[in-house]
Design a protein around this ligand. Structure first.
Ligand SMILES: [Zn+2]
Length: 352
C-alpha cells in the first residue's frame, strides 16, 4: 500500500495532519546527468525542449513514493532566462512546467507544488532589489496559480529577507507556503540569523511549513533541524542534498574527492560529486532521524534519484509501487539463501 492519503480534494495541510509528506526534488541535477540541460546556468530548458524527459522523472518519483510533484520551475526566473538570452520563453517555460507536473500528479494521488527559488540578485537592505525580486516572484507565482497548483515551495534562499518576499507573493494567492532556506558553510542565514531565528520569523509572517533544503547533506543538515523544530510551532521541512557532507566540508559546494585526480579545477561540485553520493540506506537513516526530531515535510534535493525516494518512503513505513522491486538478496546468484541457489555457488560466495 501507499500512504493513507486524505480524501481527494484535501490540500497540503490536511496531508501533513495525516502524517509526513514526501517531496522529491533534485530535478536540475538529475535532468543534467541525463543530458537535457546545462550545468552552470542550470536553467530548466528541458521543460520546453525535452518535456518527455521531465515527465519521465516526475513519473519515476511518483512511482518511488513522492507525494508531491514539484513543478520544474527552479531557476525558470527572469534573471536566469535573461542570462541565457531566452527571456521571451519565461512565461511559456513556467506554464508548461506546471502542466507537466499536474499531468503526472493526476496519474497518482499526488499534490502539485509551484516553485520559486533564490533570485541571485537580492541585495540586503536595498529597496530597489527587493522590488525587482518581488516582481520576479509575483510573475512566477501568478502563472503557476493560473495553471493550477495546490501549494507553493520557495526554496534554496540564503537571505530570510528574500524568503519573506517570496512568502508575501505566495500569501497573496491564499495557498499554503513551504519556505526552505539554504544554509551555507556559516550555519546562519546570509544576514547572520540562526536557522531557528529565521524560521521563526517566517512562521510569524504566515509560512505554513519552514525549514531547510539543498546545500547541506544529511549529516550537516540534521544538527540544525532540532533547533528549528523547538523554535516554531508550524510544520518543519528538511530536504538535504544526497551527498556525504562533513563537519569540515559541510556543503556540497565545498566537498572534495581525494580519490579523483581529474576533477575540473580540482572541484567536485557540481559535476564530479558521484563518488560522494549518499546511498539509499543513508537516506533511510536520515529520514528516521529527521522524523524523530519532528520534521514531517521530507525530501531529497540535488543528487536525489528515485531509489533514494523509495528508501525514504519505506523508512516511513510505506510501500510505494516501486517497492515491488525493492532488494531481495535471497535470490542472488552467490549471496542468495533460498534452496534453489546451488550449494557450490553459496560456497563460492567466500571467494567473491
Ligand atoms: Zn538542491
Amino acid at each position: 500500500m501507499t500512504r493513507a492519503a486524505p480524501p481527494i480534494g484535501s490540500g497540503l495541510l490536511e496531508w501533513l495532519a495525516a502524517g509526513p509528506v514526501i517531496c522529491a526534488e533534485g530535478y536540475l541535477f538529475e535532468i543534467e546527468r541525463r543530458g537535457y540541460l546545462t550545468a552552470g546556468a542550470y536553467v530548466p530548458e528541458a521543460v520546453l525542449e525535452h518535456p518527455d524527459a521531465v515527465i519521465q522523472l516526475h513519473r519515476e518519483f511518483l512511482h518511488a513514493g513522492s507525494d508531491v510533484m514539484l513543478a520544474f520551475t527552479y531557476y525558470a526566473h527572469r534573471e536566469k532566462l535573461r542570462l541565457i538570452g531566452k527571456e521571451d520563453q519565461l512565461e511559456q517555460m513556467n506554464r508548461t512546467a506546471v502542466r507537466l507536473a499536474r499531468a503526472v500528479a493526476e496519474e497518482g494521488n499526488a499534490l502539485v507544488a509551484g516553485n520559486v527559488s533564490n533570485s541571485n540578485i537580492f541585495v540586503e537592505g536595498d529597496p530597489e532589489s527587493a522590488r525587482t525580486v518581488r516582481a520576479m516572484f509575483d510573475e512566477q507565482v501568478g502563472w503557476a496559480v493560473d495553471e493550477g497548483v495546490d501549494f507553493f515551495v520557495a526554496e534554496t534562499i540564503g537571505y530570510v529577507g528574500e524568503a519573506l518576499l517570496a512568502l508575501e507573493a505566495i500569501k497573496e494567492t491564499g495557498l499554503p507556503a513551504v519556505i526552505n532556506l539554504a544554509i551555507f558553510r556559516d550555519p546562519h542565514t546570509r544576514e547572520g540569523l540562526t536557522p531557528a531565528e529565521a524560521c521563526k520569523r517566517l512562521e510569524d509572517a504566515g509560512a505554513d511549513v519552514v525549514g531547510l533544503n539543498c546545500v547541506r547533506g544529511p549529516a550537516t543538515m540534521l544538527p540544525l533541524l532540532g533547533q528549528i523544530h523547538e523554535a516554531v510551532s508550524c510544520h518543519v521541512s528538511a530536504l538535504p542534498v544526497a551527498y556525504r557532507t562533513t563537519e569540515d566540508e559541510p556543503t556540497f559546494l565545498s566537498l572534495s574527492d581525494p580519490g579523483c585526480a581529474c576533477l575540473p579545477e580540482g572541484r567536485a561540485f557540481p559535476t564530479g560529486l558521484d563518488n560522494l553520493a549518499c546511498n539509499r540506506y543513508e537516506i533511510a537513516e536520515f529520514t528516521k532521524e529527521a522524523q524523530a526530531l519532528g520534521v514531517n515535510y521530507l525530501g531529497v534535493c540535488c543528487g536525489a534519484a528515485p531509489h533514494h525516494i523509495r528508501s525514504m518512503a519505506e523508512a516511513l513505513g510505506r510501500e510505494p509501487p516501486a517497492s515491488r522491486h525493492s532488494p531481495d538478496m535471497s535470490r542472488h546468484a552467490y549471496l542468495g539463501t533460498v534452496p534453489e541457489i546451488p550449494a557450490a555457488n553459496k560456497e563460492f560466495a567466500k571467494s567473491l
